[in-house]
Design a protein around this ligand. Structure first.
Ligand SMILES: [Fe+2]
Ligand SMILES: [Fe+2]
Length: 304
């Protein structure tokens, strides 16, 4: 779980992020009480009651004294956004985002099953990953039903068409590294970024489901990293080409979803940033140098 915080103008040198429920503080300036401003959130539920009296509001935003942040980290699940999940506006955007997520999980299931055929020595593990993706799909279908939203699956199919086509072409040619780059790196990093940004904005039902899902996605990313790292010298050139062919598609996908994501409280800039952190981290783990990663990232930007 990763939260991005807006900063109180008086304390612009205070940087804080929550990462997996832990607080992390950097360059805290001055002494006395410092306030972190939390934009777009309001207090609700009973979990925050013990610290409620120590919070204050500024222009509809929540401010938290730094010395209670540790307690707040334990109770963020009780904070909900000001989003109106029952509004037609929200549900309309959700019908497309929810469909993308469902289709993404379906695609991931099918891709891991196909990879199981291409990598018989890892068959059991890949079938296990595929089953996890099928469970994720069921979870997100339940999220749509919970909000009485019918997912727009035609939109989602078109959204994934290019990546789907490239995976199928690579699988038919036996290009395992390309298949892993598309599924285990690009699709997983895209999912991890989207779910991380979505969790603090989600309705309580969807938040719980998404928190469980995102943990699994890290293990899927890890499978791809490990295999590609072990075979790095023989697949390096193929990966560079696969990156060139597929990273620009991610940028088109992010642009296609920007307006709907915003309605759900998710900013494109945050999605791009989180995706690039995950993706470049994965490339580094596989064995690419910083210079190579910079070069590879440029292929995404040129398509933006
Ligand atoms: Fe998944
Ligand atoms: Fe996954």
């Amino acid at each position: 779980m990763r939260y991005q915080a807006a900063l109180h103008p008086e304390f612009s040198n205070l940087i804080l992020a929550f990462n997996l429920g832990q607080t992390h503080e950097d360059s805290i300036g001055g002494s006395g009480t410092q306030w972190l401003l939390w934009t777009g959130l309001k207090i609700s539920g009973t979990g925050l009651a013990p610290i409620r009296s120590r919070l204050r509001y500024d222009n509809g935003s929540l401010a938290i004294p730094v010395n209670v942040l540790g307690e707040f980290a334990m109770t963020t699940a009780a904070a909900t956004t000001v989003l109106d999940y029952a509004s037609d506006h929200y549900k309309d955007a959700y019908s497309r985002i929810n469909a993308i997520v469902i289709e993404g999980e379906r695609e991931a299931h099918d891709n891991y099953m196909q990879l199981a055929g291409l990598l018989p020595q890892h068959q059991d593990e890949l079938v296990r990953l595929a089953k996890m993706e099928a469970r994720h799909k069921k979870g997100f279908e339940a999220c749509g039903r919970n909000l009485s939203v019918t997912p727009d699956m035609d939109f989602a199919k078109a959204f994934f068409a290019q990546l789907h086509g490239n995976f199928q072409t690579a699988a038919a040619a036996g290009q395992i590294a390309t298949c892993l780059l598309i599924q285990a790196l690009i699709i997983e990093c895209f999912a991890i970024a989207a779910y991380n940004i979505y969790i603090p904005m989600a309705d309580p039902f969807a938040r719980k489901i998404t928190e469980g899902v995102v943990k699994d996605e890290y293990t899927h990313l890890n499978f791809g990293e490990v295999w590609l790292k072990e075979n790095f010298s023989s697949v390096k050139a193929e990966l560079e080409q696969a990156n060139r062919d597929n990273l620009p598609i991610v940028w088109k996908m992010l642009n296609a979803v920007e307006a709907d994501a915003k309605v759900l409280g998710m900013e494109k800039d945050a999605l791009v940033e989180d995706f690039m952190i995950q993706y470049s981290g994965a490339l580094e783990n596989i064995g690419f140098t910083t210079r190579e990663i910079m070069k590879m990232s440029v292929y995404g930007l040129t398509a933006a």
